[in-house]
Write a new protein. Structure first.
Length: 485
């Protein structure tokens, strides 16, 4: 397991180390050495010898000057481009130790490697003025290495225009969450972490295969379907495909029973038609018409294709206040109902553990924050909502964030394949089934997000990034589970 930290956290850790007596120039030398090693490896792969390090006036620029001198001493064709008029004391010291060429205007040539040492975590605004020209110059190189963060990639992984599009990024000290959230996955390239002696705490967990593997233990031969729990999918006819996708996810989760509950229709003929359609698709599930009777399953997932209305609000309030047998997962129209009827406070009346699975627009409606505000600090927002309402939050995006109180995780798996209707329904069913077989809510949310993301990766690899739909994701869930075992 790894841990990821925000830009603000890392700046604070740097300050704490310096306050403890660790010289900032010493940290800079360690960072510069790690950067030089990464650039040298890139040059070797390219069978090239020329590189330009584009340095700003802060400590990120100082890292670049130190790396440039080390590379020059190793015999590479190195120059530094620095247009900064003012330098920090440490950057100035690093510059004075550099004995190579310093360019003071942007050259027209294309370098084999360009190294972005402009700002690191020090940029909190869109790229402007001369810096825009520098970013465009960096992006013209054959290969790009970013020091700490690509310039233009801000907190939360939100990219400005322009932004450095790095082939690789060397994150100094600890992994920055900015590099793996939102646009970070496109702008940072391959991410490595340089250990330069900066201790950290309070980061978001980033699980790996071995962490997920623990939640798929070898099954006992002396067991039966009752051993692995039962899951109820309470869905509706707002979108007929949604219940089917959720059932598909639950059936692949390892739960012993998967039951689908749908509201009765206007007439018996329509009811029988629905029964036939659903059971023909998934004969392994148990099909019921919802009567309002209490649930006794280990997990209930509500909202997929349910529609929004007073009836749904009554069902939601009933579930929150009376269901006590397991964990309640609220997805899609359950969340839309909470916001439409200004009922988010109902979450505080819950009688069981609750997991909510909002995408950005759904969480925006629940919190009153804009999508932009949410994406600038998805970990903080998810933590705050979880603490206020006592629920586990699964904030879905290209890199899903899971939060339960102070604990948080960023899911590292996924593919643009999942940017299609139905993927969230599959996740809701998979999550419900994972909870039903006894995995605690936080861990179940992380495991399910990880497996869904891996299924998306496998679908893209086997098919492409355009054609797979939610049924292909369901088909890939078994392979995704096997990939971590």
């Amino acid at each position: 397991m790894k841990f990821a930290y925000s830009n603000a956290q890392m700046r604070r850790f740097d300050e704490q180390e310096i306050a403890r007596g660790v010289q900032s120039l010493a940290l800079m030398r360690r960072a510069g050495r790690a950067l030089a090693d990464a650039v040298e490896e890139a040059l070797r792969r390219l069978h090239a010898s020329d590189a330009v390090l584009v340095c700003g006036g802060g400590n990120n620029g100082g890292d670049g000057f130190i790396a440039a001198e080390l590379l020059r001493e190793r015999g590479y064709d190195i120059c530094v481009l620095c247009l900064a008029e003012r330098l920090s004391p440490d950057c100035a010291a690093a510059k004075s130790a550099y004995k190579g060429e310093i360019l003071q205007r942007i050259p027209r040539r294309v370098y084999s490697v360009a190294v972005d040492c402009l700002f690191g975590t020090g940029l909190s605004r869109p790229v402007e003025g001369t810096d825009r020209d520098l970013v465009q110059f960096i992006n013209s190189a054959r290969y790009i290495v970013a020091c700490d963060l690509p310039t233009g990639l801000m907190e939360g992984g939100i990219a400005s225009d322009p932004c450095v599009m790095a082939d690789e990024t060397v994150s100094m000290g600890q992994l920055k969450s900015t590099l793996i959230l939102a646009d970070g996955t496109d702008c940072a390239g391959k991410v490595s972490v340089a250990e330069i002696g900066i201790p950290a705490e309070g980061g978001a967990e980033v699980w790996e295969d071995e962490d997920v593997r623990r939640y798929f233990p070898k099954k006992r031969s002396h067991s039966n379907k009752g051993t692995y729990g039962s899951v109820a999918i309470l869905a509706g006819y707002g979108a007929l495909g949604a219940p089917l996708m959720s059932v598909g996810g639950a059936l692949k989760s390892g739960a012993g029973y998967t039951e689908l509950f749908v509201p009765p229709a206007e007439n018996r003929t329509e009811d029988e038609l629905h029964r036939t359609v659903f059971t023909a698709k998934y004969p392994a599930m148990l099909f019921h018409f919802y009567s309002g009777a209490p649930f006794h399953e280990k997990a209930v997932a509500f909202g997929m294709g349910a529609g929004v209305g007073l009836q749904q609000r009554e069902m939601l309030e009933s579930l929150l206040t009376t269901y006590e047998s397991g964990t309640l997962i609220l997805d899609a129209d359950a969340l839309n109902t909470l916001s439409a009827y200004h009922s988010v406070e109902l979450l505080k009346k819950k009688s069981c553990p609750v997991i909510i699975t909002p995408h950005p627009m759904e969480l925006s409606r629940l919190t009153g924050l804009s999508v932009g505000e949410l994406l600038r600090d998805p970990v903080g927002v998810a933590r705050d909502f979880s603490k206020e309402y006592g629920v586990t939050v699964v904030f879905k995006n290209n890199r899903t964030v899971v939060a339960e109180g102070e604990r948080a995780a960023i899911n590292p798996t996924g593919s643009p394949v999942l940017a299609k209707g139905g993927s969230g329904d599959v996740l809701a069913g998979l999550l419900a089934g994972t909870v039903a077989r006894g995995v605690p809510p936080f861990e179940a949310a992380v495991v399910s997000s990880y497996i869904l993301g891996r299924a998306g990766e496998l679908a893209a690899a086997e098919l492409d990034e355009y054609s797979p739909d939610a049924t292909d994701i369901i088909r890939m869930l078994s392979k995704a589970i096997r990939s971590v075992m």
